[in-house]
Design a protein around this ligand. Structure first.
Ligand code: HEC
Ligand code: HEC
Length: 407
């Protein structure tokens, strides 16, 4: 389904409180507050000072002016705008901002080049993977090229309230840091459960962080109006900001923040493809998904308070070593680790139609252009599972993909 349509559709659904799956938390997602939150999600922030004080405060450094510019229709983002680079720099801070308010230089420009990498399946089918090479050229004198970085594409935001509601104990139960069961898979619990590195504790923190680092807007948890400017970037700290005269010197006040958060918590899941129930190929694919070990990480069956809610995200929300080729170059203890992404909602990006190739961007940096490519990038703890996939017949592969596209 086209994501723009999906978004309109999801706003309609939000008002339909009889749809249990799409509305796991009762009445809170209905009505005005949800729509106010959605409007804030779509709002274009402008630089201060402006005549519209309620919308100013952008930057000084930023990557985009609104949430929706990166999370298209609350789905995943497009390249290049929605690809952020996390860094660890005394000078540039924790993320590269590729834009700045007028009069200030942006921190850097990024370039992506791709080279081909060929995977050969057991039946001799060749699949060409695109391996990205990132270059970040800073605009500051003497700072040069940034070598250490971690690229992250904006993920889809549906179903997050359900993930937030999973008790921590259930994640701990799935974790196996020392691989006691000897299956080669040692999931570890991150410091949080959101973000590609499971390093953000909850949706409140994630929303505050996004406002601060991606857009340059201060809120209660991240009150610095200069966002990701560091002390060394004095030119940045001299820029005007929009810390408002009315609301505790924050660029977004409590009430608006709460509405935005309420929206983020309640974005409904896309409805899975209608013809999947009773479809033989989808059923066979689901069995394969279990048999070749995908389910070990893309796992299911969490308890929720609401028996009607979908508790099948197909993710353990744990961190896994996914091998050298996917590792980032920050060179820290998490460089090889990625959080298993939930697979629910894959039905929103149907491979075969390829109606919009831009939406076919899988993995943490969007390098995979199809589900098959995404699977073939798996390595490290997922190596056994990936090898089993490579050994499947063409029909079995098609069944597995059909299953993924039905979720
Ligand atoms: C410049 C692009 C960009 C903008 C603007 C942006 N995001 Fe994001 N968002 C990302 C990226 C990239 C990630 C993944 C971050 C990571 O893994 O470290 C992300 C992650 C998230 C997540 C966590 C999702 C998950 O599954 O763990 C939430 C929630 C979120 N963003 C909400 C927002 C909100 C709310 C706004 C607006 C205030 C916003 N984002 C603005 C790029 C963006
Ligand atoms: C050891 C744990 C593990 C196993 C086993 C595993 N995966 Fe994954 N999967 C991950 C992680 C972690 C990622 C994210 C990696 C990244 O982005 O660099 C991922 C990403 C994906 C994605 C991309 C999702 C997106 O939204 O970008 C798909 C599709 C996927 N896996 C399907 C499968 C299938 C099918 C199997 C079985 C053949 C499988 N996985 C086995 C951990 C696993």
């Amino acid at each position: 389904m086209n994501l723009r349509l999906l978004f309109v559709f999801s706003s309609l659904l939000a008002c339909n409180i009889s749809n249990a799956q799409s509305n796991p938390f009762g009445v809170s997602n209905a009505g005005l507050d949800y729509l106010t939150g959605q409007a804030l999600f779509e709002k274009n922030w402008v630089s201060a000072p402006s005549s519209t004080q309620a919308s100013d405060g952008l930057g000084p450094l930023y990557n985009a002016r609104s949430c929706v510019q990166c999370h298209m229709g609350a789905g995943k983002g497009r390249l290049p705008i929605a690809l952020n680079f996390r860094i660890d720099s005394d000078y540039f801070g924790s993320q590269i901002q590729t834009r700045a308010v007028s009069g200030l230089p942006a921190e850097a420009e990024s370039e992506i080049a791709y080279s081909n990498r060929i995977e050969t399946l057991a039946d001799n089918t060749e699949v060409i993977l695109h391996e990205p090479l990132y270059k970040i050229i800073t605009m500051e004198d003497g700072q040069g090229e940034l070598i250490k970085k971690s690229p992250r594409l904006a993920p889809a935001l549906f179903g997050l309230g359900l993930l937030d509601a999973i008790p921590l104990q259930e994640l701990l139960n799935k974790a196996d840091p020392d691989d006691h069961d000897n299956d080669g898979i040692s999931g570890i619990v991150g410091t949080g459960r959101f973000g590609w590195k499971a390093d953000v504790a909850n949706l409140e923190e994630q929303t505050g962080l996004a406002l601060s680092v991606d857009i340059g807007i201060s809120s209660e948890l991240f009150p610095n109006p200069f966002g990701d400017c560091t002390e060394q970037q004095d030119y940045c700290l001299l820029s005007p900001h929009g810390a408002s005269r009315e609301d505790q010197n924050l660029e977004i006040g409590h009430v608006a923040f709460a509405s935005l958060l309420n929206f983020i918590r309640n974005i409904p899941l896309p409805v899975g493809s209608e013809d999947s129930a009773g479809n033989n190929s989808v059923g066979a694919g689901e069995a394969l998904f279990e048999n070749i070990g995908c389910i070990s990480c893309h796992s299911n069956s969490y308890s929720t308070n609401d028996s009607q809610a979908n508790n099948n995200p197909y993710s353990d929300l744990l961190l896994h070593d996914m091998g050298e080729a996917l590792a980032d170059s920050l060179d820290n203890e998490l460089s090889y680790e990625w959080r298993t992404p939930p697979l629910w909602g894959l039905s929103a990006y149907i491979d075969s139609q390829r109606s919009n190739e831009q939406e076919q961007l899988y993995l943490h940096d969007g390098r995979a252009r199809s589900l098959v490519e995404a699977i073939l990038w798996h390595d490290g703890e997922a190596r056994g599972s990936k090898q089993a996939f490579k050994a499947l017949s063409m029909q079995d592969r098609a069944d597995l993909i059909n299953f993924l596209q039905s979720i």
